[in-house]
Write a protein that binds this ligand. Structure first.
Ligand SMILES: [Zn+2]
Length: 347
């Protein structure tokens, strides 16, 4: 519609504003629901004064149920001896297998189960060494109560963590790769400098070393695949890279391949049918955010080649029509030579 009125659409500006709006909505949700319980300096000093040692979170690298004891229950404004009901609250345990959000890795979720109540962990944050498990009692259970001193079982959602670990590890790989980007970017190498790699393909000189307490995969093959989906400006001087791993990455490539097949099929069409197909391919490419970015660029190029084909065909038709109009304006005297048909005069 904008084109009809001779206007252009500032897509980059639109995307920046859209991302800012999304971020605001995300922050609002996060602040409203999940980060409502915070152990401030006053709260952590109360724990310290009670002689509570900071949480032992070494079991976070285990992948099994962990037994612990409730040391403190916090409502967001005060510590209480027992919790019940449907309100959110935070639990401090003697030790935990939950990973608290830190070092660029998101927190674990799961449950903490006692004999008189099961607690859903929606968020885990660490404050001055105290790991706070934030959530509420599970729906559908009759007994909803937990008290300081209760023995509990920590049950981390390891399926969710198994999706986080490759993402987190691949973020390290990407960080490392970005540091050795040549200019202009042609080759990205992880583990070897590009020039060393070219000189010696077996190069084992340069490796990525970063200190991080996060949960990692032991080999990049466990990520299955890693694709950058988008790279965009989200604020002045700030750019965001969105990437996927594992099943999401496989799905992203499958989607790209299926669009590629559609483009090949479309190239066999012509005229209005081709024009229609191009319209649908363009909207699919616009909507399909989860396609590897390099593939997306390649697919867009192919669609624009199809558009060129349409443009050329239209130009040819319009030339023919102009010629026809010109011919029709000229007085044609066919009766002197009836063997010459009008059609043969046009061609
Ligand atoms: Zn890490």
């Amino acid at each position: 519609m904008a084109v009809d009125f001779g206007l252009a659409v500032d897509m980059e500006g639109f995307n920046v504003c859209m991302e800012e709006a999304r971020q605001k909505a995300r922050n609002a949700r996060f602040n409203a629901r999940e980060k409502s319980i915070v152990l401030d300096a006053n709260a952590t000093s109360q724990l310290l004064n009670q002689g509570l040692a900071s949480t032992d979170d070494s079991p976070k690298f285990q992948h099994e149920e962990h037994s612990s004891v409730v040391l403190a229950i916090y409502t967001g404004s005060e510590f209480i001896a027992s919790a019940s009901g449907d309100e959110d609250f935070g639990l401090v345990l003697r030790s935990t297998s939950f990973y608290a959000e830190q070092g660029g890795q998101i927190y674990d979720t799961g449950s903490i189960e006692g004999s008189s109540g099961s607690f859903t962990v929606n968020n885990v944050q660490v404050f001055a060494g105290y790991v706070l498990h934030i959530g509420s009692f599970m729906e559908g259970y009759k007994s909803k109560a937990l008290s300081v001193g209760d023995e509990v079982k920590c049950k981390v959602d390891y399926t969710r963590r198994s999706l986080i670990a490759p993402n987190h590890t691949c973020t390290h790989m990407l960080n490392f790769a970005l540091r050795i980007y040549p200019d202009p970017v042609i080759v990205v190498s992880i583990g070897c400098k590009v020039e060393d790699l070219v000189a010696d393909p077996e190069c084992k000189v340069s490796i990525s070393i970063e200190l991080c307490g996060g949960t990692h995969i032991s080999n990049s093959r466990y990520a299955v695949a890693f694709y950058i989906i988008s790279e965009e400006g989200i604020a002045k001087g700030v750019r965001r890279i969105t990437a996927v791993t594992g099943e999401c990455a496989s799905q992203a490539m499958k989607l790209a391949l299926s669009i590629d097949t559609d483009i090949i099929d479309a190239s066999k069409l012509d005229g209005v049918a081709l024009e229609k197909k191009i319209g649908s391919l363009k909207s699919t490419l616009l909507d399909a955010a989860a396609i590897p970015a390099t593939r997306k660029a390649d697919l867009r190029k192919k669609v624009s080649e199809l558009e060129d084909h349409i443009r050329k065909a239209k130009k040819k038709t319009s030339k023919r029509l102009s010629r026809l109009r010109w011919m029709l304006q000229k007085p044609l005297v066919l009766q002197d030579n009836p063997s010459v048909s009008l059609m043969s005069t046009w061609v």
